[in-house]
Design a binder for this molecule. Structure first.
Ligand code: ADP
Length: 457
């Protein structure tokens, strides 16, 4: 069967919803197709934090000095200067407007008194949605899409872009409920927002043999690179495909990201089986992941106490994960260091020496071992928490080449008419390594631009 819209958006994560909402507000008829039975993709299961320099929570907390320039520089440097400077600049300049749009137009609620400083950032600049997950963003976007009467067609996997004789993209073929062929005609544009390819082991291996079966993934099952493959088939250029990011602190059994372990941004330390620190806990994800893999057994333990939990409040925000980890014996809470260390058979004398140093560095404000950029927090008082963790494939930096209008470019840098893309499936923003809190800023900013570009056609 056939359906016709002005704009067809493929994928219902944060990028897809942003694009669809903007295009609909510009007066276009829009549909979102989503291959899974539910909306949201990785945006939904992420922590949902969003970097925005100069934001209102920084003002609430009296954090001064942050700027677009500082955010731009952190992002470029964090990605080894591989990102496209003009695209990174757009993201940095529009970050705050994107956050305000989420707050004011989409009604996303952010915490008013807490921010994260993810690895590689010079300031606490990541806004945190209430309940600390992307659920807040996706549920509010879905509501907005419903208000705008945008059909969200679930269980519908796009399989192929349709082109006219001049190469213009005029629609997409899809399979509904794994059996019925459906054609979606797009009178103005197709916008690809299908996310990355972290869950596609074959595709990971094709572009970087390191990330084979040995790695689990934090990603949803639908994260299989479909949009990248469909784009490539109509001549789109791909870039940075080898750059695959692991999240350093994930569940060793399932690969699921540990949001409980966001205590790391407020002073939790990483130790090895020998009870020693081995990396700056606020270093880049790739650096920490590699450091963890170099330790005995290729895993790490994250340690914190109630002083730190009182700052980060992750136990309250991620209670289900907390209980699950306890049950899986991947997390222990104990009154004393001795007891906590014994649970995992960690060298207790080393660990006590490590903690003694951390307490000194917390007091002096100078971490002489690893130069913790956020400042360490005293671990003098129990109870203590120790969580076992491994790196897990989390984000694929590479993908389609887009320009400032989010037009998809071919190998001669020419826009493929009718085809737009935004979100994780694009490859020009995050460079060799994406910094924490940058995905939401990227997908909202460029998702909106894609919707606005299509809205102008
Ligand atoms: P982003 O962060 O870029 O918005 P997400 O991972 O949050 O990416 O969302 C991507 C969405 O696209 C997911 O919900 C995923 O299931 C969906 N998707 C992936 N491939 C297809 C496809 N071929 N057809 C329809 N939807 C798809």
């Amino acid at each position: 069967s056939d359906q016709t819209y002005d704009v067809v958006v493929v994928g219902s994560g944060g990028a897809g919803f942003s694009a669809a909402i903007e295009a609909a507000e510009a007066g276009k008829s829009v549909a979102i197709i989503e291959k899974m039975p539910t909306v949201g993709g990785n945006t939904l299961i992420s922590g949902g934090e969003m970097n925005a320099p100069g934001n209102w929570v920084q003002k609430n907390l009296g954090i001064e000095g942050d700027s677009v320039e500082s955010y731009y520089e952190d992002t470029m440097k964090g990605g080894d200067n591989v990102g496209d400077p003009k695209m990174v600049r757009i993201m940095a300049e529009k970050a705050l407007t994107s956050a305000e749009w989420l707050r004011d137009e989409i009604q996303v609620e952010f915490l008013e008194d807490q921010l994260f400083q993810f690895g590689g950032h010079s300031y606490k600049r990541a806004l945190i949605p209430v309940r600390h997950t992307g659920q807040e963003i996706i549920s509010k976007m879905k509501k907005k899409a419903e208000t705008l009467k945008i059909p969200i067609i679930l269980n519908t996997q796009a399989t192929e872009l349709i082109q006219d004789k001049d190469g213009k993209v005029i629609g997409v073929k899809a399979i509904h409920n794994e059996k019925d062929q459906v054609t979606f005609n797009a009178q103005k544009a197709v916008i690809l927002t299908t996310g990355g390819f972290g869950s596609n082991i074959e595709m990971r291996k094709k572009y970087n043999s390191e990330y084979d079966e040995r790695y689990k993934s934090t990603d949803t099952e639908g994260t299989t690179g479909d949009g990248i493959v469909m784009g490539e088939k109509v001549g789109a250029a791909l870039t940075n495909m080898e750059n695959i990011q692991t999240y350093p602190v994930a569940n060793p059994e399932t690969g699921v990201i540990s949001l409980l372990a966001d205590t790391r941004f407020d002073g939790a330390i990483l130790i090895n089986q020998e009870g020693q620190r081995f990396v700056e806990e606020l270093d880049r994800r790739d650096v920490i992941s590699q450091a963890i893999l170099n330790q005995t057994g290729g895993y790490a333990y994250q340690l914190w106490n109630d002083t730190i939990d009182a700052i980060s409040k992750t136990k309250e925000a991620h209670e289900d994960e907390y209980n699950e980890l306890i049950e899986q014996k991947l997390l222990v809470k104990a009154e004393t260091i001795e007891k906590a260390a014994a649970f995992f058979d960690i060298d207790v004398d080393n660990l006590k020496a490590t903690i003694k140093k951390v307490n000194e560095y917390a007091k002096s404000g100078d971490d002489q071992d690893f130069h913790h950029r956020g400042g360490l927090v005293s671990l003098e008082k129990g109870p203590y928490y120790i969580e076992k963790a491994v790196p897990s494939v989390h984000h694929t930096m590479g993908g389609l080449v887009i320009n400032e209008k989010t037009e998809v470019l071919d190998k001669n840098n020419q826009a493929i008419p009718g085809l737009y893309a935004a979100g994780e499936l694009t490859g020009v923003i995050q460079g060799a390594n994406r910094l924490g809190g940058n995905a939401i800023t990227d997908i909202i900013t460029f998702g909106r631009i894609a919707g606005q570009s299509a809205g102008n056609l």
